[in-house]
Write a protein that binds this ligand. Structure first.
Ligand SMILES: [Zn+2]
Length: 125
């Protein structure tokens, strides 16, 4: 009968623990949030370590992180090229917009929308 009693006790525990279960779940959720918060902190420190390592190791070809450093340097190079391209586009636009009156060729010295000489609208800038 000890076996039967044991089962009865188990069922009783399960049935009686509905409220406890909700409480446990809330507690577990809270604890998991704490873990997430700690992990976020760790990732932030990994990032800081990485930046320090990068500065420290970027000229060392035998560095254990040489591969990653190479990828960062390549990305930085790509960014520089893209920025140069953007600057080029901006310069092209500046040149292509005539800054004189299309009617009397008076120069638009300020940001006027109309020619001060003949009143013709200046082209959009
Ligand atoms: Zn004009």
């Amino acid at each position: 009968m000890a076996f039967i009693n044991k089962i009865g006790k188990k069922i009783g525990n399960v049935a009686g623990s509905a409220a406890d279960k909700a409480k446990d779940l809330a507690e577990t959720t809270k604890l998991n949030a704490s873990i997430s918060s700690e992990e976020k902190q760790i990732n932030q420190y990994y990032l800081e370590i990485g930046k320090i390592m990068f500065e420290h190791e970027k000229d060392n070809p035998n560095s254990p992180v040489a591969e990653q450093i190479g990828k960062i340097l390549a990305s930085q190079q790509t960014i520089a090229e893209i920025k140069a391209k953007i600057a080029e586009i901006k310069t092209d636009n500046d040149v292509s917009v005539p800054n004189t009156c299309p009617n009397c060729q008076t120069e638009n010295s300020g940001n006027s929308k109309f020619c001060p000489n003949c009143g013709t609208p200046f082209p959009d800038q």
